[in-house]
Every structure is written in C-alpha cells, then in structure tokens.
Design a protein around this ligand. Structure first.
Ligand code: SF4
Length: 709
C-alpha cells in the first residue's frame, strides 16, 4: 500500500462491537502507527491487544488485488472488473429469470460498513425481489434482536456505556468480556476499583472474566432461563417488584411470573434446575434484589442457543419487573460481537428485517417500496443463515454472493456448508484475501474488496453509537468498495437509477432519509437529523448515538425509564419463556458437550489477526480444554493431541487439562481453520440446531466424543 500522505486519521477499530476509536498515522511504507483515540466515548484512548496490533495487519502479501474468474479448465485466472461484473450480473439475471428471485441470495458480514450493507439490502430486497439477505450476525446476536423486539417492540438497546461506569452490580451472562470486549471490561474493572461495583459471572465455564472476589455461578449449560425465572419469582416473593412501573408501563407480567414459578419457583428449585448450590443462588438473588443500579450484560453464551431468545427475555423480564431499565447504571445490555452488527441491523441486513428497523408489515413494505422506487420489493422474510445454506445444499438457491465472511468455517455443520457451496451455479465472493476456506470451496468469481484502513463509511457499536471508519491508505491494486461493486451489478441488471452512488456519504444520507419518521417518536431507529449531512460534515462527523431525529431533539442515551415502548400499546412486554431444555442429548457414543468460543487475541477466522506474530503468541495453536475428571475417564494427556468427533464432523486439537470446564464439557476456540491449521475447523463439529424465533444456532452444547491421538 502507498500511504495517502495524510497525518493522523481518526477511525474505528476493525474488530469487536465495543467500537473503539483509533488514531492511525500512516508510516509512508504501507503501514501505520496505531493508538487509541482519547476523545472517542467508547474507549477514551484505551485499546486492547487486538486493536493495538492493527498496524501489524496491513501487509498486502495475502491480499486479493484484482478480480478473478474461473476459466473453462476450472482454474482461477485474473479478470478485469468489467468482465467480472458482467458475469455476475448475467448469472443473477438468468437464474432469477429461470427460477425466480428465491433462487438467489447474499450472505453478508458484521465486518461490512453500514453503507455496503445498505446497498446490498436495497439491491436484493427492493430490486431483485428476494429477502434472502442474511449475515454472519445471525451467528452473533440474532436472539437479542428478537428478544428486544418481543419485549420492546423494536430492536432497541436500552442503555449506554456510561451505565457500566455507574452500575453498582454488573451481571455477566454467557459473556467472557475480559477477552471478547476487553476495553469495556477494563471500564467495568475501573468502576469496581473506584466505586466498589460488584461482579457476578454466570457461565458454564470459568473464564478470565471471573475475578477472585466475584461471585461465579457455573451453571449447567442451557439453564440460564431457569436462573432468571427463579430470580423473577424471588423478586416477586420478596417485595422487590416495581409495581407502579409494571402497572403503568408493561403487559404480560402475571403470565410471565406464573411461568417463571413453574420453571423455578424457589431458590431450591433454581439450584436444582441449574446445578448450582443454593447458597450461591440465594446470594445472587439477594444482590440483585438489594441493588438498584444493576446492569445485566449478555453475549454469545445467551444468544448462541436453541433457546437464546427466551434466555434474553428471561433476563429482560427481571429488569422490567424492577423498573431497572434505561436508568443510569440500570439496564439489560446486549454486548454485540462484531464491529458493525448493529449497523447491519439498522439497514435491515437480516433476512427477517426490511430496512431502517422496519419489518415485513404491509405499511413498512409500502413505505420502503415508495422510498426506493423499488420495482420488485420483497414481501416476506427470506431464509436465515442456516436455512439459507440448507437451501443451497438442496439446490434451491443457485446463486450466492458472499461478502467479507467465511461461512465454510464459521457456520455450524461447516463441512456440509462447504460442500453446499460447491453445488452453486454462481458463487461470488467479495474478499480481502486471496485464499480462505470459503474461497476454496469453489468460488466462481472473486471481487477484491477494500479492507480496514482503505474503506470509508460508518459503523455502529453496542451502545447505538455511529462512528466513522476512515481510510488512511490508498486502495491497493484494483480493490474497490463493496457498495461500488454492488451498484455496478445493479446497473447491469437495469437498475441504474437507484444505484447511481458516487460516495459513502451519499449512501449514508439516503439511509438517514429512509429512517426519518418526522420525529414522531414512533420508531427507535431514526437518524433523520443526519439526512442532509454534507460531504464535508460526513468527513468530520464525530461519533453520535442514535436516535438522532430531525428537529430540535434531545440526545437520548437511554430508553424506557418512563415507559413508551415501541409496541402497539406502548407497553413493555413480559414474555413467558419455555422451560429450559437442550435440543440435543448426550449418548454413550457422544458422552460430552462441546462449547465453542473466542480467545483474547484472535478474531473470527484469523484472516487479519493471523497476520500479527504478536497476537499469535498469546495462544499459538488450536486446543481443546477438558476437565481433569474427564481427561482421566477418557485417558487424555495434557499437552497431547485428541480427536473430537460429533455427528457432523471431526477435528484434532491439542489438549489443555484444567478445571475451567465443568465435568462433561469441552471447550474449543472457533478461530483456526483449514487455511491456518489444517486440522482444526471446529465449526464442522457444531450441530445445526437453531432457535425457533431467531434462527441463531446453538454453538455451545453439541454432543461430542473425545479420544487420544
Ligand atoms: Fe478493538 Fe474491541 Fe479491542 Fe476496542 S475492545 S480495541 S473495538 S477489539
């Protein structure tokens, strides 16, 4: 890369949903010095190990620098953009003409910028006429989205990061924030040290998030709903409800409480259902009851579950019942995994959303159709990720465009996904890298995309804060923005008038205009106040939280303290969850359960973090953690290798014996893959079991067997 000659540029980290501000100073040799942005309200200058190492990941050695297409002999050869785009447009046109719009799909990524997401969604849902647009965010926080919509009437995060500084009790559920949201975790540690905030960590696995003085609740996998049902019952039985809030601002409390009592109506019943001891359960319940300022943070341990949506609602129920929502230091809080999972949600980058937090209701469909002047608006939800790849496997979806993600590694039952990709008539991948497991699964066309440091647009973090990602390196080779490639294909399909974009700022303005509801307060996501942002103002735009409605509006850092939900009756909705039950059973053949997750210094499938030797030092190779009792039972030696097998796949991993696992559970990180390690594609082992409401897969409890190698 050649630097642009700019001095320091303010941008945002490429990785997690904390959304830290970054100062990047190009070094004139294609790299950049990286520092935390002291003025960004997500991190105030702090960066974690991954963010600090961003400058080590800018080399071009592995980059895809020009379009490539498969020739008649099956070899991938260099192509020009025109030929590649013509080929993509021709393929989509013919397949839609012959098989209908349901035969094509886009699979996107929480790594994309909001502007890329917006254009992809508009092309597929408004012009091609299919809602088969889904994203790897389905694997990340789809259960939180549905939980929010069921409880609040909209996908609204009620709190903000300041709540984490102001809380007196921080409850982590299924969240290893110390590794996965490190800068926020540091903020919470600072609260603990300065103000004495207490931590409760609820997780089947004892992670680095658990400090010596924290209450750790190592519950049985899949029993979070029982714990929070027990808590709701306890709050009701001990005079801890906010009866005025429940009466004035909510619906469904009696039914939810009755259900909670059938699931876990006492401390003893909760202990039995969760595998915890009664003293710990009672201690947690008392802490929650006695502390007004409590934030419950939840992440993949809650979301990545066949009952993820119910888990989210069981947590939210406890906050609604105590009126601890949208108040300083008091809220439920979903920690999103990816840098722009929230931006994708805002533009409707999920198969069950339309755009600007609108859904597939007749009025929303009509509004979006008129706004886009859409000739073929999709009128019903598309296929969510796991169902989408099943449809590809069955031959029902024949053309797929993957952008910025690696489903052949990250989806459950990843061997089946990889083989399904090979069946496509047209398989297009927009990528930064020349080679990964998805590219190697038989892509027909590769389109070089701009990477972090080169692309320019916006992302939204976990607290609804929109920040600019800015370029500080010139586009290498022939790499282009994803929104440009999408628009060029749209033009070739005859939709040029709707896709005459020349800049990210122009797309952002259109996105803001579509979200404008005239400040009527009926919608959570409304950034109509930004619809006239000039190019210059977009360039210099400071991080802003939504909503940012048109007119003289106050900033709104929090929602729902005084009710006014986005449901039809403007009341928060209690949800009666199903009794907790894992959808798979351990057997004699598969006697353990496999929990998967992340490690501190790697990101996703390592296409970027794998470039940094420093990051590789933390944990240099893939591994499986096993409890000493299970190691003895299965004759597994520490430091040796073990073969893991599920009904879906197998892999070989280095063994780490420790007591972080409970007996009966294994843990393996998700990052390594055939490209990086040759034998450790853990996604291939994961059961494709999904939550019935969110479609999010259960990545935490697949029955598995282990044998020494
Ligand atoms: Fe980047 Fe997340 Fe680390 Fe912040 S906490 S520097 S956003 S990886």
């Amino acid at each position: 890369a050649i630097d642009t000659g700019l001095t320091t540029v303010r941008t945002t980290c490429a990785y997690c949903g904390v959304g830290c501000g970054v100062l990047a100073t190009p070094d004139k040799q294609g790299g950049a010095a990286i520092a935390g942005d002291p003025d960004h309200p997500a991190n105030y200058g702090r960066l974690c190990s991954k963010g600090s190492a961003l400058g080590e990941t800018l080399a071009l050695d592995e980059r895809l620098l020009h379009p490539m297409m498969r020739d008649a002999s099956g070899a991938m050869v260099r192509a020009g953009w025109n030929d590649a785009l013509d080929h993509v447009a021709d393929g989509f046109r013919h397949i839609v003409a012959e098989h209908g719009p349901g035969a094509v799909a886009f699979y996107l990524s929480g790594q994309l910028l909001t502007e890329d997401y917006y254009v992809a969604n508009k092309l597929m849902k408004g012009f091609i006429g299919s809602a088969n647009v889904d994203t790897n965010s389905r694997l990340c926080m789809a259960s939180s989205v549905v939980g929010h919509k069921r409880a609040f009437g909209a996908d609204t995060v009620p709190g903000c990061y300041e709540d984490l500084d102001q809380a007196d009790l921080l409850v982590f559920v299924g969240s290893n924030a110390a590794w996965c949201h490190p800068v926020l975790y540091q903020r919470m540690l600072a609260n603990k040290q300065a103000r004495g905030a207490r931590f409760v960590v609820i997780d089947p696995r004892r992670t680095d998030t658990v400090g010596d003085d924290d209450l750790f609740l190592g519950l049985k996998p899949g029993t979070d709903t029982a714990l929070f049902s027990g808590l709701l019952a306890y709050l009701a039985d001990n005079g801890a409800l906010d009866r005025a809030y429940i009466a004035q601002h909510t619906s469904g409390f009696d039914e939810a409480l009755a259900r909670a009592k059938t699931i876990a109506g006492s401390v003893a019943a909760t202990a039995r259902a969760t595998g915890l001891n009664e003293v710990d359960v009672a201690t947690f319940f008392q802490m929650f009851r006695q502390t007004s300022r409590v934030v419950t943070l939840y992440s993949q341990g809650v979301n990545q579950s066949a009952q993820g949506t119910d888990k989210v609602n069981a947590i939210i129920n406890c906050h609604l019942a105590t009126g601890r929502i949208g108040k300083p230091g008091a809220s439920p809080f979903s920690l999103t995994g990816q840098p722009n999972a929230m931006g994708g949600r805002e533009v409707g980058g999920l198969a069950n959303q339309l755009a600007a937090h609108m859904g597939f209701t007749p009025s929303d469909i009509d509004r979006v159709r008129r706004f886009w002047k859409a000739p073929h608006i999709a009128t019903h939800e598309g296929l969510k990720a796991v169902a989408m790849f099943d449809a590809i496997d069955r031959g029902e979806i024949k053309a797929l465009w993957v952008m910025g993600t690696n489903p052949a590694v990250s989806l459950p039952d990843a061997d089946k996904v990889r083989s399904a990709l090979g069946k496509l008539d047209l398989f297009v991948v927009s990528e930064n890298v020349l080679s990964n497991d998805t590219v190697n699964a038989g892509a027909h066309v590769l389109l070089p995309a701009l990477a972090w440091g080169e692309k320019s647009g916006t992302v939204t973090n976990s607290e609804r804060r929109i920040s600019r990602q800015r370029s500080f390196l010139r586009a290498p080779g022939e790499a282009k923005p994803d929104w440009w490639a999408l628009s060029e294909v749209a033009k070739r399909l005859g939709f040029g008038a709707g896709f005459a974009y020349t800049s990210a700022a122009q797309i952002f303005r259109e996105h803001a205009m579509l979200s404008d509801f005239e400040n009527d307060g009926s919608r959570d996501f409304d950034i109509g106040g930004l619809m006239h942002v000039t190019d210059d103002a977009f360039d210099t735009m400071a991080p802003v939280q939504w909503p940012l409605r048109k007119g003289p509006t106050m900033q709104q850092a929090r929602f729902f303290a005084k009710g006014r939900f986005f449901t039809r009756d403007q009341r928060g909705q209690f949800i009666a969850p199903e009794a907790p039950e894992l959808r798979t059973q351990v057997t004699e053949e598969r006697p353990l359960r496999l929990n998967t997750g992340r490690v501190r210094d790697q990101w996703h499938t390592m296409t970027r973090t794998g470039l940094s030797p420093r990051l590789g030092q933390h944990i240099p190779e893939p591994y499986v953690e096993i409890h000493p009792d299970d190691a003895t039972r299965f004759a597994i030696a520490d430091g040796g290798y073990a073969h893991l097998t599920t009904d879906y796949g197998a892999c070989t991993l280095k063994v780490v014996i420790n007591e972080r696992q409970q007996p009966g559970m294994l843990f393996a990180p998700i990052h390594w893959n055939d490209e990086t390690a040759g034998y450790a594609r853990v996604g291939a082992l994961v059961a494709p079991v999904v939550d019935p409401y969110s479609g999010q897969p259960e990545n935490k409890a697949t029955p598995v067997s282990i044998a020494a190698v």
